[in-house]
Design a protein around this ligand. Structure first.
Ligand code: FES
Length: 156
């Protein structure tokens, strides 16, 4: 049986602390550090925002054309941004973009039909923004979306 002397013990402890305090998900593009998820940004030519009404011309937004896709909007007049998910044919769901735990972007998970935080904390939210799991305790803000003649209208 091997025994550590004090110096060996302290050296091994220091290595352990360095390893465990390093982000293990990879430094390049780690959402826990960058706070940015993988959802593509909306085409700036596809939308207009007037008096808290957002209109999106879906013919100009290729990243929402298929069921299962999603885009995000970051805009100075939308404090927590938005994530817009194409949930079913002719059905879109909209929620605030930033996880209520520490503000990392959420992403749309089409298999689970929910939103999940891109960070290691991984809070998940129902499609209407209610909390399912993880450290976040407050819901995402849910916004109403209506589709007519290829134009998606969202009340912010
Ligand atoms: S920031 Fe989303 S779980 Fe921590």
């Amino acid at each position: 049986m091997s025994r550590y002397n004090r110096r060996q013990f302290l050296k091994k402890g220091a290595v352990t602390i360095v390893v465990t305090s390093t982000c293990l998900c990879g430094l390049n593009g780690c959402a826990t550090i960058t706070k940015i998820g993988n959802t593509p940004a909306i085409n700036p030519d596809s939308y207009a925002l007037t008096n808290n009404i957002l209109t999106i011309d879906l013919s100009k937004e290729v990243n929402l054309s298929q069921v299962g896709e999603a885009v995000k909007i970051k805009h100075s007049d939308i404090p927590n941004g938005l994530i817009i998910a194409h949930v079913e044919e002719n059905r879109f769901e909209v929620a605030s973009l930033l996880c209520t735990h520490r503000g990392v972007e959420v992403e749309y998970d089409h298999e689970q039909t929910n939103f999940s935080c891109a960070s290691l904390g991984g809070s998940t939210y129902e499609i209407n923004g209610k909390n399912i799991s993880g450290p976040a305790t407050k819901p995402l803000k849910d916004s109403e979306a209506a589709l007519k003649d290829g134009i998606l209208t969202i009340k912010i």
